[in-house]
Design a protein around this ligand. Structure first.
Ligand code: SF4
Ligand code: SF4
Length: 313
């Protein structure tokens, strides 16, 4: 997460992002957070935010349209749209703007809506009356996210990125600590567990009524591990076209799939005979094992893939 450490000054002083900045307009866009069906054996799961169309492009386009409208109304003022890529502490800024409060899982939680939210900002030289509200605690005595995190990456209001499946599968470009492999389960891009268990995210009439843009709907909740292991660069681009899941490189995707593949094989070998009989052909375990063994033994593959594909000790 070295990117978090870069531009620290810009993150806390928006005037370094836009000369003369005096206000930040914060927006939150919902994405679908409905419960998932269990993932089929041999499939790897993708975090919900990355399933639909790339929110960076989609939200930025809409923010640019807003900026154009504001610029026309406020002659002489500058407006800059930012989505994720600009160095802004988004959750804290959104909380300061009154869009919600940061929970123990470090996500922004909006009362009555939850945390399945994408955040964006418009930094402007215009002086806008603040809408912020005093900070509140959305958690109380709850510790569900901390208890559910499979890698113990959470302590109240703080996340250890070196253990977080989301950071490891999306940001980390090297070998993943073998001690964490089993806990990564079937996640191959991101992880939603600490949001899934949050009481603020349990479906209610209000959340089902609240709008979700069509762009964020659809998309595959999971991908076939064998296919990902065999991807070339063209396959990766074709499979992930238009989504923000292109952020992970080909080697990272294959590394993540190798870890999930070994987990699937371990789970398959420990399932009861009746379970195996009930789903005899769902996991092509021999084919998957052969593919992983071949990767582990292939000296041309990067170390992070060979290590991920190696049999568990
Ligand atoms: S995203 Fe997953 S691994 Fe990361 S803190 Fe949440 S539950 Fe833990
Ligand atoms: S699961 Fe509980 S502790 Fe964690 S963010 Fe949600 S309300 Fe807070």
């Amino acid at each position: 997460m070295a990117w978090m450490e870069r531009n620290v000054q810009v993150r806390v002083d928006h005037r370094l992002l836009l000369e003369g900045a005096r206000s930040v307009l914060c927006v939150a866009d919902r994405y679908p957070g409905m419960p998932d069906a269990p993932t089929a054996p041999g499939q790897g799961r993708v975090a919900r935010y990355a399933r639909g169309r790339d929110y960076h492009r989609h939200m930025k386009k809409r923010l640019h349209a807003l900026c154009d409208g504001f610029s026309a109304e406020h002659q002489g003022q500058c407006f800059r749209a930012c989505v994720d890529t600009a160095p802004i502490l988004e959750r804290d800024t959104a909380a300061a703007a009154g869009l919600g409060a940061v929970g123990k899982n470090t996500m922004l939680i909006q009362e009555g809506v939850g945390s399945w939210l994408l955040l964006g900002e418009i930094v402007t030289t215009a002086l806008i009356e603040p809408t912020g509200v005093p900070p509140s605690d959305p958690c109380g005595t709850c510790t569900r996210c901390i208890d559910a995190c499979p890698t113990d990456a959470l302590t109240p209001f703080a996340l250890d990125a070196s253990k977080c499946i989301s950071a490891l599968t999306i940001e980390h470009r090297g070998v993943i600590d073998a001690n964490l492999h089993e806990a990564m389960g079937d996640w191959i891009f991101g992880c939603d567990i600490c949001q899934e268990v949050c009481p603020h995210n349990q479906p209610t009439q209000r959340t089902s009524d609240a709008a979700v843009h069509d762009a964020y709907r659809g998309g595959a909740p999971s991908l076939e591990l064998l296919a990902v292991l065999q991807w070339g660069e063209a396959d990766r681009i074709q499979a992930l076209a238009g989504t923000s899941a292109t952020r992970a490189t080909l080697d990272m995707w294959r590394r993540n799939a190798a870890i999930a593949g070994r987990n699937a094989l371990c789970e398959h070998s420990s399932s009861s005979p009746s379970e195996a009989q009930a789903h005899p052909s769902e996991l092509p375990s021999e084919v998957l094992a052969e593919a992983l063994d071949a990767l582990a033994a292939d000296g041309r593959e990067p170390e992070m893939i060979r290590q991920a594909a190696s049999p568990r000790r």
